[in-house]
Design a protein around this ligand. Structure first.
Ligand SMILES: [Zn+2]
Length: 248
């Protein structure tokens, strides 16, 4: 059966001279792995399988596999390839999205957020990393992994937060911190307004972040917590963005 859907390529791997395996984030099927072994009346057609492009894809669905039969560009965010910092952030965002998404689970709002991210990034002039960090936290919220910030993640009390506990998945109150039940190695102090920032990211859509930026220390802090958080809760490690070198 052939279905048409739009999507974004998250990753491509060459598996033979003229065959690639594409990890494609589609509207209809969610994240899928699809082949590109195309032969039409004996001759190969070349597919415009470009990164950083919102495309429309014709997908042949077999019993256990997908194949991309045709592709066309809906919107190309070509300026991402023209700036190293932008390019790096876009690559990090695709990698992060790929790792967070489960296979074959439609996630339309996440796809639309990724499309908006690439569109805004391609016009953004500076502080790309701030925007990447906002995107990554936003995706965690959207996929149900957002941290608890409106009460104590351990006991539920609505007391003033005394720290951010990675293991508990959010802010924790003073009496929980003092109780000895919290993993202190994974407890972060609350500084740089990170709670307000996380709440804002959780509540707002990505377009609201277009003109926001953090100071370098806030960036580092939010990024460090994010990496610890996804490592602990989602087993995601070794992300490209961990080697981020700010070029601002
Ligand atoms: Zn508590």
């Amino acid at each position: 059966m052939v279905t048409e859907t739009d999507g974004i390529i998250l990753r491509q791997t060459k598996i033979a001279r003229d065959r690639k395996m594409i990890v494609l984030f589609t509207r209809k099927f969610g994240k899928i792995s699809a082949g590109t072994g195309i032969r039409q009346s004996g001759k190969k057609s070349s597919l415009p399988l470009r990164p950083f492009t919102h495309g429309r894809y014709e997908i042949y669905t077999g019993r256990n596999s997908y194949n991309i039969d045709a592709a066309e560009t809906i919107e190309s965010f070509f300026s991402i390839g023209e700036d190293i910092d932008r390019f790096f952030c876009a690559s990090c965002a695709l990698e992060f999205t790929d790792k967070v998404l489960a296979e074959s689970m439609p996630a339309e709002p996440v796809l639309d957020t990724l499309i908006s991210f690439l569109r805004i990034l391609s016009n953004r002039k500076k502080k790309m990393r701030s925007f990447l960090i906002m995107y990554e936290w936003k995706i965690l919220y959207m996929t149900g992994y957002g941290p608890v910030t409106d009460r104590c993640a351990s006991c539920g009390r609505e007391d003033e937060p005394a720290g951010f506990s990675i293991a508990d998945g959010g802010t924790v109150c003073r009496s929980c911190v003092d109780s000895g039940r919290i993993n202190m190695r994974l407890l972060y102090s609350i500084k740089f307004d990170i709670i307000q920032i996380l709440k804002f990211i959780g509540l707002n859509n990505i377009d609201s972040f277009a003109n926001l930026a953090f100071g370098p220390e806030t960036e580092d802090y939010l990024d460090r917590i994010l990496h610890e958080y996804v490592s602990y809760h989602l087993d995601i490690r070794g992300l490209k963005s961990e080697s981020y070198l700010s070029l601002d």
